[in-house]
Structure formats: structure tokens, C-alpha cells
Design a protein around this ligand. Sequence first.
Ligand SMILES: Nc1ncnc2c1ncn2[C@@H]1O[C@H](COP(=O)(O)OP(=O)(O)OP(=O)(O)O)[C@@H](O)[C@H]1O
Length: 651
Amino acid sequence: MLHRLAFLSQRATLVRHGIHQSKLIVPKIGQSLLQRQYSAAAAPEVVDAAPESAPEKPMDFKDIEMLHPDTQRALDKVFKYKTMSPVQQAVLTRLPTDNDMFVKAKTGTGKTLAFLIAALESVTKNNQQLKYSEGTSILIISPTRELAHQIAVEAKKLVKFYPFKVHCLVGGEKVTAQKMQLSRNRCDIVVATPGRLNDLLGSFGHLRRACENLKVLVLDEADQLLDMGFKRELGDILEQLPAKRQTLLFSATLSDTIRHDLSDSALSPNYDLIDTVGDQDVQTHLHVKQSSMVLPYDGNFLSQIQHIMSTHPAANQGKVIVFLPTTKQTMLFADVLHELLPRRRVHEIHSLKNQSQRARISRNFRQSRNDILVTTDVSARGVDYPGVSLVLQIGVPSTREQYIHRIGRTGRAGKEGEGILILSPWEKSFLRKECHDIPIEKLEAVPDLEPVDSVALANIGKNMDRSFVREVYTAYLGFYSSRLNQLGLPRSSSLEAGGEFLNSFGITDIPELSPSFKQQLGLVDRRRQGSSRGSRGDRFGRDQFSDRPRRSFSRDDDSFDRRPRRSFSRDDGDFDRRPRRSFSRGDDDFDRRPRRTSEDGDDFERRPRRSFSVDEGDASERPHRHQSSRSRSSGRYDFKTTRGSSRKYKD
Ligand SMILES: Nc1ncnc2c1ncn2[C@@H]1O[C@H](COP(=O)(O)OP(=O)(O)OP(=O)(O)O)[C@@H](O)[C@H]1O
């Protein structure tokens, strides 16, 4: 009875706030795509809570009287949040509900808390408390380790006044420790990445049994889960979970692929579709000012970047995230910004950092006020760094979606933010072809800037030994070879651009590449490929090399978006961890980066300065590269560290 009264009172509150849930009705598309494996009979109830229907005044959490007092207490005392974000309002005003939900929402709008509260309410309905013996009641699957940890932290805060225990099961961490934690403690909420979860469900009966009572499954960043090739793992996991459950699926996009590959099998047919974005609305936040600058790789390239970073208001109001297309460019730019902006702390996160390093660097960056994080797309989605005032993207993003996700790292929770995209002239067709409907203004380069300080430039040059230059160059070519077709450029153009890119750092000695390597990457124009490949092309009636590079080499960029993503299984957002593809070639070999070793610890800063692998620590602490030499067999750099002590901080 009390429950019913609370429900009616909540309905009255909704009406006060102008929310009529029956307002927007079933789109046809929803019905046609809702064939689900175990029933096709029922039509879905589709609720569209697009922004134009949202009330002007945000609702308070307190208005959701259904919320368990311990949840209200945590919102009040731990989070100190009063009002709900639109996605939270769209989801929580539907409580109590057993219906499955597909929620489409922009990034940075508070999805995490929306699904955590909804799931918690479902399992504690009618004020019931979960019992120790009930096992895992809430399972949350996240595509990346960082995001999983972030969700686990929020979940722990939310259940502060409950006796519930939260576990985080991600790859890259010791499986025995995770098993021990699971068997020794109650296990109410599990946050996991798909790879590790699938492994543990297969090999660890304790978790499998705990999940037999699962009540709510959350699939966070569903589009990214599929983009990262987790379809098979997700299928395996879904098979091992009870069919009678509530599933909440959150995604930034609502595509046929998601419906076909995931939502049709994960959700029951009558799920609610909650769209807080709407078809017409772009997925970037309108309060995030976006601009782009076309900047040739010339003597002015670095000085313009230095100028933006030191004078642009958004670059100095808070934290800055700088995105680069490849790991090697990221390492390079971390060094460059360190030299050019000696007063700012520069962190780097990419695939050559191990999990504990990434966690530590993330923590330091999160706690900072105006530090700079230089990173690849491993940080593009889901990761929440409060207070990022500028996202600077240097080089073309791998896809329009990645552009949007990267921009989503700023302007979060309704805060101000700005995004600047720097493209070279040959990349600028990206704006016309892929971003024509996104409000991106033109930003002009400042004329007559002084070149960057010659000492800084000399230091940057010195930090790059020949093998590192080659790695930067080949990674650059590898990345762009996959983008040439989309940019509408001849294949050989990235060779020229790669050379100019190096020139802009004062490097004039461009590495030589063998013809076979160039061909391997698909960087030779068709008419120049001539007879050596002609017969193969003719035989198949097409050019075998088509427009993409072959896959028989290992790349070290994070964003080869056009390749099929399913040939490897990972549980982080990082393409560098996939099994190396076998190839053996001479000097054009991509595979020069150091292998991870058991020494990949996060404690290098406590060790005396001596030789160590590039995987250890980040650029802020890493000694400069100009004195490095590298043994191919060990795949490690050996640094002498005369300049290491000049670094101002540890990370
Ligand atoms: N009701 C609220 N009031 C104030 N701040 C909030 C509220 N809900 C969430 N936040 C804050 O907003 C930020 C973004 O939240 P969150 O990370 O959950 O967004 P998201 O939609 O999951 O983003 P992404 O798509 O990038 O994963 C976080 O810093 C979070 O603490």
C-alpha cells in the first residue's frame, strides 16, 4: 500500500514538472527490429524522452519518492547531488519498472548514476535487503578497464549505506586475487570487462553460481562494446546468465548493428527505448564550442600549437586533453608539450602503459587542476575527468564517432568546455565529409608567430633517436593508410605527409622504406604499382590491395577503425594489446616497440634511475630518448638518464 501511495505521489510530481510519459509513442523502426530470440510476439513500448520534451526546470532526486532511503542518503551525503541530469530523469522517473531499457544518451550526461540507481532500485524494490546468499544481483559490463574502475568507484559510493559489496573484474589484473576476493566476500554488484568476465564465468564456478540469481544486467557503452569486437564474448556471457532478468543497455548511438548484434538478443521484446538525444540533435553538446584549424606541417606547426596551449583561454582554465592518432605520436607530443610548456604537468596514457600505470596516471590527472593529458583513443570514451576545459585533437580522428566521443571529455555535467581540431591541409576533407552537420567553426592560425624556442626544438630532436623516428613515421603511415580512401586522397600522399610531419619537428632525415613495405601498407599508387602486382589484380578482377593496408603486420596505432574488430579479444580500449601478427621483415618492421615484460610495474619511480623499458612510467618521468639505444632481441630501450632529473614531477 505504502508502495502504491509513493508511486501515485511520484506521478503527481511528474505532472507538476510537465512530464507526461505517454507523450511520444512507438516509432515504427522500433517495432520492425524487435525480433528477439525467445519471443517475437509482443510489441515494444517505446518511450522517447528527446530533449525538446524535457521540462525547463530539472527535477530533484528527492522528487523520486520511490528511491530507497539509503540511495537518497548517498545522493545527498556522498554525491551531494540535488537535481537530476536529463538522462537520469528520463530513466528514474520510470521507476519502479521491470522492463528492459535501451537508453540513448549523450556522453558526459550522468548515465553511470542513472543505471546504477535504476539497477539498485530494481534489486531493493519494496525495501527488501539483499542477502549474502543471493550472490550477484547486479552485473555491469563495460568495454574498457578504466571505465569499469570508474563505474565501480561510483557504485561503491552509491551503496555506502547498504551492506553491499562491489567487485571490479578486469583484464590486466591478477586473476587469482580477483577469485580470492570473490570467494571471501559477499558479491552483490560486479563491474567487469567482457574478456575477463567471460573467462571467469567459464573457469570459476563460484562466480557462475553467484550469477544464477542475477537480477539486473547493465551493458554500458554498448556501441563501443561492439566496435571493440566483443560480440562473441557478449554472446557467450548472455548464454550463461538467467533469462529472467532486467537488462539496461546504454549507448551513445542507436544503429542497426547494435540492434542486430546485441539489443535483439540481450533485451526482451517489449523494452523501453529512451532517447535523450533525438534524431535531429547532434551528439556533441551545443554548449561545447568547437572549432578547427587547418595547419600545414611546416616551421609554424609547433609554434601554433604552443600558442594555443599557452594563450587560448580554454587551454588555461582547467585540464586539457590532447588526442593523437597513434601511440608513437602520443609519446612524441608528450615530450614536445613538456618542452614547450615547461610550467604545465604533462601526462601520457596509451597502449604502452600497463594497467596499473594507467590507473595511477588517470588518478593524478583527475586530481589535478590544469594538467595536460596526451593520449590516444584509449581515453576517448567513457572516461570521466572532471574539469577538462579543452579537448585538442591533433590529426584526423579515426571516425566521426571518435571525434564526438573525444569532444565528450569536456563540457561534462553541463559545465563549459571547448574543442579544437587541428588538421593538416590534406586531412581537411574530414570536416566536409564527416562533420558537416556538427557546428565546428573555423579557427585561423595566428600570422607571424615566432618559431618555437630553438633550445626546446633541439631538445625535442635530441629525444628522438633513429629507431623512435622510424616508429613514429611507420605508425603515422600505418594509421593514414587506412584513412586515405575516406579522405579521398591518392595512396602515396601519406608518404609525403609523413615526411613533412617529421620535418615540422626539425627532422630532415626521413627514414627509407623498402618498396615491399610501402606496398604492404598500400601506399603505392595504382598506376605506379605496375607489373609486379598487375597479374594478381587482373586475376581477381580488382586490385588486391584495394584501399586498405594489408594486415600482415603489427601496427601501433589505436584507431584502425576500418578493420574488422572481431579477430581478437580485449578488454580495454586499446588496440595495441592484440596478439601480434606474425611477419618477419627487415628494417621496415613495425614491431619495434618494446614487449611488455614482467617488469612492467608501476613502481619505477621508486627505483634508482637506470635502464628501463619505455613501458615503464610516462614521459614526464621517462628520461629523454636521445641517449637511447635499443636491442632488437630484447625489444627494450636502454636509457642513460642525464636529463631525467630535470623532470619536475613524478607520475
Ligand atoms: N545529478 C548530477 N549532478 C551533478 N553532477 C553529476 C550528476 N550526475 C553525474 N554527475 C557528474 O557528471 C559527470 C559525468 O557523468 P558520467 O561519467 O556518469 O557520464 P556518462 O554519461 O556516463 O559519460 P560517458 O558517456 O562519457 O561515459 C561525472 O563527473 C559525474 O560525477
